[in-house]
Structure formats: structure tokens, C-alpha cells
Design a protein around this ligand. Sequence first.
Ligand SMILES: *Cc1c(COP(=O)(O)O)cnc(C)c1O
Length: 427
Amino acid sequence: MKSWLECISCSARMPLTERHFLCPNCDSLLDVRHDFAHLRADTLRDRFAERLGSADLPYSSGVWRYKELVWPELDDAAIISHPEGNTNLYHSVSLGKCADVSQIWFKHEGENPTGSFKDRGMTGAITHAIAVGARRLACASTGNTASSLASYAAKANLPCIVFVHRAGVSESKQAQMLDYGATVLHIDTDFDTNLALVRQIAESGHAYLANSLNPMRLEGQKTIIFESLQQLNWAVPDWIIVPGGNLGNVSAFGKALTELHSLSMIRDLPRLAVIQAEGASPFYRSYQNDYAPLDVKPAQTLASAIRIGQPINFPKAVRALRATEGVVECVGDDEILDARSLLGRHGIGCEPASAATYAGLLKLRKAGVISAEETVLCVLTGHGLKDTQTAIAYHMAELPEIAGKYLNQPVPVEGDVSAILAALQWQ
Ligand SMILES: *Cc1c(COP(=O)(O)O)cnc(C)c1O
């Protein structure tokens, strides 16, 4: 057997083709594990290089290009893929200068088919759902998971049900799930409560759970690291910065990095930095307290994708940070939205949660945790058009308690050349 499910606490093993989201013995989170014994670093690197630019599935996908490290035994014909991944890695001299670091790259996961990194996990989860014979798919979501699930469910021709808090999810994301044909349940409770509800429904066998509790999601999300490092010719940056909500991404990144390291694909481990919003920072508080158990509170932030009070992947995130000497920081909504607008001024659009990375970098740099000689990779998790309401409200100075350092307001003017020139002060 090349792949199996393994409990992170009691190490119990189960076949990957069985449907478990938690350990049946001790209720802990599960990992997908693979037998890498036969793999060699130089052969893998060559293989991954050969597959770049491939026109056909599975290797045209930025997830399945790394199939040996994601799900080696899988039959190619069973893969549900759009494809996804193959996102740009932007290098920015000017944003590196603004942050005072030696080099900065942005891995733009907003360039996935539905506009967020969730697609990388979803191709894994929905392929797995089919493999275990699921007939219905479900998730709770702050918007992007539901948009992604709805799209992949449509591709797989399976019905999906998404649990969303109507007021808490941006209109663009709601439009996506409706277009992709999901059954959208508007439930007037926050994400954490909706996740508890959908878990009960999934555990009683009514639907396959597509949230990041699902370990196959994280196997897909590992490829953000694989693809970034391949784009950097397997040279590792000193830091990789990622926003933290349910902590699936940081968990996947830690797993990807330790796997690459044990395969000798990389010599050094970068340090992971997780950035939370101040109003949704249970992981930050735990980190400050030597990873004390989460102190759960309702979450509040304008960065809706990370508005999560009880991150489900907490134990895996702790493991990832311990393995990489990682840090956790938190930033205010004003810092997040200013960072978002600043990235925009440099031609890089992203949604608020994604900009928490750059805001966190500025804070960690100021505190001296990150130094001027170091290199940094920020993962931009979602597309700039995912939350236009917040963007416009920011520029129009309509957000209470946000002063806004980089406002850009439209100029109302008559349709008349002299009036336009006068408004622009071009005479
Ligand atoms: C889901 C999401 C996050 C949070 O990721 P986790 O893996 O839950 O920590 C951050 N940003 C965006 C845009 C997201 O969609």
C-alpha cells in the first residue's frame, strides 16, 4: 500500500479508500501518508520539470504534476481536475523595498479557477469523494471553500450543499456558488457553528465533508509549496508567510516542507509565519502562551476569509510551526486593508485576508523578527475581485474605524472636455 490514513495522535492506520475524517479510536485529526521509500530527489526534480507546460491531464494541473507526493497510486482517469494551480510567482523590487527585505515574492493563489487556493485542495477532496463512493458533497464556508466545492461538484456531476452565513460572505463569492449550482443554505450563525452543523450531517453519513478537516484537501494544498519552490528552482526563501483562518494551509505547508526535506529535495527549511486578524486570533494567543489550548471566542474582522474563532486544524498547525521554527503574528483590519491597497498600487490585487501576509511582514520586520537580509515569500490566497464591496468601501472612506492610508476616490465630472481638463487641473 503506497498511501493510507494515519492518526496524528495514536498513529492508527486506515486505508485511504475508507471514509474517515477523524480517528475512529481517539477522535484526533488524520494525515494522509505515503510510502516515499522508492523516490529519489534528482529523478523527481527532472520529472516535475519535464511535466511543465504539459497540455494534458493529469500533468497540466499544478496539483497533479506532483502526483508522486500527493496520491501516487491513483488512476489518472479518476482525477477530477479543471486543471488548477500553475499560478504566477511575482517578484517585486518595489514591495521588497517598502518592507525593507532583501527579496520578496508573491505566490498568487487567487489565479486558480475559482479565484482562491481552495481549488488545489478541492481537486484532491472531490477525487477522493468519488473514490469512496460519495453521492453528496457538503461544506461550511466563509465563501471560498463553497465557491470551489460548488465548481468541482459541478465538474464531478454530484450535488453539493453549502452552509453560509449570508451577511458574513462577500457578494462575489455568493454569486459564484449560485452560478455553479450549489444548494446554498443561508444559516444565520457564524462559520464555526456552521462547521459544527455540517460535521454532524457528514458524520451521520448524509454527505461527504469537503472542509479542510478532510486530510485529502491538505494533500492538494501542499502543492502551493511544491510549485513555488519549483518556480524558485528549489532554492528556499528564508520565510513563507500565510494568513491563518482554519489553519489548513499552514498545516499543509508544514507537511510539504518536512516531506521535501526528508526526500532531500531541499536542504534548508524556511520558517513559516502565520498571520491572523486581531479580531480572529485564537492561534496567535495560543502561540504567545506556548501553544496553550485554544481560547475560543466569536471572530470579528473585515477579512472575512479568516473570520474563524475555532480553527479546526490547530494541532497540525502547531506541528508545522514547531517543525519550521515558525511564528504567529496578528494585525488590525486597518493594517490589512492598507496593505491590500498598497499591493494594489504596485499592480497586485488580492482579497483582504491575503493582504494580511504583507501587513504581518511589515510588523514582523519592524519587530526585528524578520531581518533586512532575509528573503520572503508571501502567499496571496484569494483574488482581488473576491470582495469588491470592502475594496470600494475602503476607498470611499465608508468603513467605520478605518482611516485608510491609500484611498483613491473617483472624480465626478461633466461629460465636457473643458470640465474634464479643469477637474484634472491640466490647463
Ligand atoms: C480559506 C482562506 C484562508 C484561510 O486559510 P486556512 O487554511 O483556513 O487557514 C485565507 N485566505 C483566503 C482567501 C481563503 O479563502
